[in-house]
Unconditional design. Structure first.
Length: 149
């Protein structure tokens, strides 16, 4: 089972960027945690970060046939991008949305996600652990779907 992990804009700055909000874990460390968790669950995770909406969209389109699910932290595009939402819905792969910070404790403009309505679920507020929790939820869902299908 292969999972695509997508990180959106500014997440390459993790560790440096507003550590009081996003923590001190770097993106490389997040990716290492995710890959280790994936391995322990018997699957593979490929992690990609981009600051560009179109690149993220291209990766979502290319995921068809290569991956069984997508774990995404779309960063600020969460709150703005109808295109990412449509792309994720268009490829039809199960999606779990994750955020390091708790969106609902923050500014009102972060309370709306374009992705949430087409995702299986959203995990928000557990720092880097949001990714490992999200990955576990996604893989558990895929195991259940495969078992029943
Ligand atoms: C974020 C929350 C977003 O509102 C913000 O724009 C980010 C990071 C998070 O992981 O907490 O870039 O997605």
């Amino acid at each position: 089972m292969n999972i695509l992990v997508l990180h959106g804009p500014n997440l390459n700055l993790l560790g440096l960027r507003e550590p009081e909000i996003y923590g001190s874990t770097t993106l490389a460390e997040v990716d290492a945690m995710v890959k280790e968790m994936a391995e322990s669950l018997g699957c593979r995770a490929d992690c990609i970060q981009s600051n560009h909406e179109g690149n993220l969209l291209d990766e979502i389109h290319a995921a068809r046939g290569q991956y069984q699910g997508i774990l995404i932290n779309a960063g600020a595009y969460t709150h703005t991008s109808l295109a990412l939402r449509d792309g994720l819905a268009g490829v039809g792969l199960p999606v779990v949305e994750v955020h390091l910070s708790n969106l609902y404790k923050r500014e009102p403009f972060r309370h709306h996600s374009y992705i949430a309505p087409i995702a299986l679920g959203q995990i928000s507020g557990f720092g880097a652990e949001s990714y490992t929790l999200g990955l576990r939820a996604l893989v558990q869902h895929l195991i259940c779907v495969n078992a029943s299908g």
